[in-house]
Write a protein that binds this ligand. Sequence first.
Ligand code: AKG
Length: 301
Amino acid sequence: MTLQRVGADTPYDEIAAIIAADGCVVVEDLATGLVAQAKAELDDYIEKTPFGPGNFAGEHAKNVEGLVGKSEAAHALMIHDTVMAMADRILLPNCVHYQLNYTGIMHLGPGTKAQDLHRDGNIYPFRHPCPPAIMAVMWAGSEFTAANGGTVVVPGSHLWEEERQPSAAEVVPAEMPAGSTIIYAHNIIHGGGANTTDKPRTAVSLNFSLGWLRQQENQFLTLPVEKAKELPEQLQRLIGYDFGAPFMGAVNGQNPHALLEEPGAEPGYRSDPELERAYRERVNWLKAEAVPPPPGVVPTD
Ligand SMILES: O=C(O)CCC(=O)C(=O)O
């Protein structure tokens, strides 16, 4: 299966249909100026971050996380219209609110070895194939090539059984110009490539998850409440100042967004009738099929 690529003005439903069928898509030149600006705002952090350690990122790689507190241009990438339109289509069928799950710069220096292929969704104990719990958006901060460590993906693997492994021919590099992005559902098998060039490859990695899951990055402790008050409301809600589902995430019986509002904001009570109605109508896949216990786990009754 090939990795499909589309232009920035492709209708949202067409892009989403490719992600549904292939699990991933490259959208070329989607936010060239914004990505360059985010990279400029983050260059100093990259410079000051040491390489490695860690088997996952690799000893020639650097990760800078907590981007909500570090770059205003990255804020615009987090709530980019195309990204939100894809999250609406990929995640909203299984939740009433999705959330920002992880934000990080993935900077692969010369000499970085290929990362182990993996599924981002493996941080949760879901057996594949399963509905998407995460949607990942990997913005190319520099050109991505097969030689410099451009992310490699296995199109179609979001529908595979857990045990199936890709052959070398099924692993495709996401080559794209800086300012483009690859969007993929969590259950796509992928990994950072090997950087055999003499220049670094930089990505702004943003991913989103179903609102009823624990976030990979703890946004509340990454960013003080006073700083969260300065963010656009859409981003405040995305980082977790909102119900993740009916009753989930309440603070003193209220929607956590009340913490960021002026005193006197409408009080709620632990949930919201609209949210509960939407949840009942839409989020029914867990009820529709019993999830079999994993091998070795003995049912209690
Ligand atoms: O840097 C990349 O291209 C991919 C990184 C990745 O998949 C990860 O760290 O989980």
